[in-house]
Design a protein around this ligand. Structure first.
Ligand code: COA
Length: 328
């Protein structure tokens, strides 16, 4: 183990597809209104990938920027982890497709399926591999093409999601770095958010297609309550593990599922709104890519400064949730 060193984020990058789908556009597709969507979710628009763009394409575009920022050549990469619930295919892993596109032939590759908490789960996994001495660097990507699994006739879900990718390069750092992680899961509530068909339980058939089982199914109300509790608990636990609390946080970067969830988490934890990074109005919920893109934007806009206490916090289908404390 690299006992004396910490692992830090040495480069970030993001990619958002060009096409913007506004709430006004959605008003023409389903029985909804700009007013309802903004009031209930905080979302004004979302990005939609082109029909010839798959998740790995979004991931590669974000990864190239992160590698450039980090000054790491693809051929020197030792590990690639892609967090996604919308892989290009069931197999091979999207990470292997990213490896091929980057020319990172030395890297070990795999995907992590932890839905909206995928980026935090993947960061933590990569950190442990580097701390163990197994690999000297890692590329972690949160990438999703949720538009491919969205039922565009279901107003309960189609207004919520968007496509995008965020990436970061991890390596040992001399100061700062990841100081604490808290991860959790509760499979007993797995039915609250699912993509029911297409796997071994319900292989694709005319019936699964007719019943729209290849799209996201969600019990939004139930999830809302658990999300607030879980995200607040995760932030508190990750901070307490290293003797910190929410008041020590300089910037809080949450998964962006619903503005009202984030406001409730702020209230429960005592986090001032000025310390929370919000981008939900621009992109909606991009699952694993939400936290990744938010982190990237916070770095690139100068919101995160050297020495800052940065808290990532995410919650999603599984149920899974987790938080990470990074000294920047
Ligand atoms: N436009 C207009 N009306 C809509 C609508 C839409 N897009 N979607 C739902 N409605 C209607 C419902 O049909 C319902 O009507 P009814 O009272 O006549 O039955 C009403 O609005 C209220 O629906 P409800 O589901 O109670 O709304 P809500 O306030 O809970 O908001 C979510 C719905 C999905 C925005 C909210 O529950 C949420 O964000 N949940 C958590 C999502 C989440 O965390 N996902 C997992 C983590 S990634």
């Amino acid at each position: 183990m690299l006992k004396t060193k910490k692992v830090g984020i040495v480069g970030v990058g993001s990619y958002l597809p060009k096409k913007v789908l506004t709430n006004t556009d959605l008003e023409k597709m389903v029985d909804t209104s700009d007013e309802w969507i903004i009031t209930r979710t905080g979302i004004k628009q979302r990005r939609i990938a082109a029909s010839n763009e798959a998740t790995s394409d979004l991931a590669v575009a974000a990864a190239k920027k992160a590698l450039k920022k980090a000054g790491v050549r693809p051929k020197d990469l030792e590990l690639i982890i892609v967090a996604t619930i919308t892989p290009d295919m069931q197999f091979p892993s999207t990470a292997c497709l990213v490896q091929k596109a980057l020319g990172a032939e030395k890297a070990v590759c795999f995907d992590i399926s932890a839905a909206c908490a995928g980026f935090v789960y993947a960061l933590s996994t990569a950190e442990k591999f580097i701390l163990s001495g197994a690999y000297k660097n890692a590329l972690v990507v949160g990438a999703e093409k949720l538009s491919a699994i969205t039922n565009w006739k279901d107003r309960n879900t189609c207004v919520l999601f968007g496509d995008g990718a965020g990436a970061c390069v991890l390596a040992p750092v001399k100061s700062g770095g990841i100081v604490s992680t808290y991860l959790a899961a509760d499979g007993s509530s797995s039915d609250l958010l699912t993509l029911p068909a297409g796997g071994s339980r319900l292989p694709p058939s005319k019936k699964t297609i007719a019943n729209k089982l290849h799209f996201v199914h969600m019990q939004g109300n139930e999830l809302f309550k658990v999300a607030v509790r879980a995200m607040s608990e995760a932030a508190d636990k990750a901070l307490h593990q290293v003797g910190l609390s929410c008041k020590d946080t300089d910037i809080f970067i949450p998964h962006q599922a619903n503005m009202r969830i984030l406001l409730a988490v702020a209230k429960k934890t005592g986090l001032p709104l000025g310390k929370i990074y919000f981008n939900i109005e621009k992109y909606g919920n991009m699952s694993s890519a939400s936290t990744a893109v938010a982190l990237c934007e916070a770095v690139e806009s100068g919101r995160i400064k050297k020495g800052n206490v940065v808290v990532l916090d995410a919650f999603g289908a599984g149920l899974v949730w987790g938080a990470m404390v990074i000294i920047w």
